[in-house]
Design a protein around this ligand. Structure first.
Ligand SMILES: Cc1ncc(COP(=O)(O)O)c(C=O)c1O
Length: 403
């Protein structure tokens, strides 16, 4: 399907959106928190639960269906991420996907982790606990300040140490919306001459479902993502990409029957040869089918590039509209490269009244969120957003500023 700004394209997106009940009664700008679930995805989940009851719940038939559902989802994820399905492990969420490589390294006291200053609190807490338990060095790399100028890859390079083993960054910074240059960062880390190779863990909470991706080409080591944000799947299903060439150096930490090989008496004999080694045990499999349908439904509207192009047009519209409000300062000085548009109330009577603005908007069924660091408000647009919704949001923010 091709998409342009014609009436036909606008009718298509309107029809597509009708399949998302959450979008019917509000103006939704919190895709970075959680995406809405489409009716086809919801129906698939319900049908899968019914099927499980009809042919099981525990039976040979259910077990073979479950194996197929798991593999189909890995294949669908791999297609979107530009990698082999064998490189994918199914998880519950981004945080679990980050915990697997964080805990799975053979840490030695004195090893160094370099983490950006824009990571999510759950990831920071994990790194701090690793530091405490294993006697690691942790330092923070100032990437927030590169939103409008500077070279994030070069800054990471300047902060690497001979004992650095892991760099922890996000592909798209959840607070400012900045897209980090993943390939350049990988090149910097791979060419660094330290005591041991520098691996890179990427939190992909805000990039998967936003940008077209080619993980194999990027050279990234670990890439942790979720289905419930920009892919608009159900909460509770995510994934982890582990670069196949380094799989054997990452030991499973959370261990269960899904990740192991079996001997003739059913005893564990080793790890699964692929990403399944990091999967643990029983999961809510109907949700896997639901996420796959959610992704397929997005692709029925347009491929990753078409969705990203529309998202960029909408975030440019929002950014431009906010630029025109005198009391608002957008964090970014040019149109964003992601769907996250962060801004501050910097002038007038409403200066810094960010919580009040979030509440004012939510009272009118317009959903945005507060960010603590930097202190700002974040509005997200997806390809699902509508031009007139963006216009109304800008109008409501201008009204708040003037009130
Ligand atoms: C950058 C980032 N990392 C991690 C998370 C947590 O995601 P999950 O609940 O899927 O672990 C979020 C959620 O907002 C996020 O934005």
């Amino acid at each position: 399907m091709t998409h342009d700004s014609s009436g036909a394209a606008s009718a298509q997106i309107t029809a597509h959106r009708q399949q998302y009940s959450a979008l019917a009664n509000k103006q939704y700008f919190n895709y970075g928190g959680q995406g809405p679930l489409s009716e086809p995805a919801l129906e698939t989940i319900v049908a899968a639960y019914r099927k499980t009851q009809a042919i099981g719940p525990f039976s040979v038939a259910v077990n073979s269906w479950v194996m197929k559902v798991r593999q189909d989802l890995r294949v669908a994820m791999a297609q979107e991420l530009g990698c082999d399905a064998d490189a994918i492990s199914l998880t519950e969420d981004v945080t679990m996907g980050c915990n697997i490589p964080l805990w799975g390294q053979d840490w030695q006291a004195g090893d160094h982790i370099l983490m950006s200053d824009c990571e999510h609190p759950g990831i920071i807490a994990t790194v701090e606990e690793l530091q405490r338990r294993f006697g690691l060095e942790v330092s923070i790399c100032p990437l927030m300040a590169t939103l409008n100028e500077g070279n994030p890859a070069a800054i990471i390079g300047e902060h690497l140490r001979p004992n650095t083993r892991l760099v922890v960054i996000s592909h798209i910074l959840w607070n400012t919306g900045q897209v980090l240059p993943l390939k350049a960062i990988m090149e910097t880390c791979q060419s660094f001459q330290g005591n041991q190779p520098v691996r890179v863990l990427v939190d992909a909470a805000q990039s998967v479902g936003v940008l077209p991706l080619d993980l194999t080409d990027s050279g990234v080591d670990y890439y942790a993502f979720t289905g419930h944000k920009w892919w608009c799947g159900p909460e509770g299903v995510g994934g982890l990409y582990v670069r196949p060439g380094i799989r054997d150096e990452l030991a499973p930490t959370f261990i269960g029957w899904r990740g192991i090989l079996y001997g003739d008496r059913g005893q564990p004999t080793g790890w699964q040869p692929n990403g399944q080694r990091y999967e643990v045990a029983t999961s809510a499999y109907p949700l896997y089918a639901g996420l796959q349908r959610a992704m397929e439904f997005q692709n029925e509207w347009g491929d990753a590039q078409a969705r990203y192009d529309r998202l960029l047009a909408l975030s440019a519209q929002l950014w431009q509209g906010l630029q025109n409000i005198p009391d608002i300062t957008c964090l970014r000085h040019e149109a964003p490269e992601s769907g996250l548009v962060s801004f501050q109330l910097t002038g007038g009577a409403k200066q810094n009244k960010h919580p009040q603005l979030v509440k004012f908007l939510e009272d009118q069924q317009m959903y945005v969120r507060l960010i603590m660091d930097p202190n700002c408000v974040r509005a997200c647009v997806h390809y699902l957003s509508l031009e007139h919704e963006v216009e109304q949001l800008v109008g409501a923010i201008a009204e708040f500023c003037a009130s």
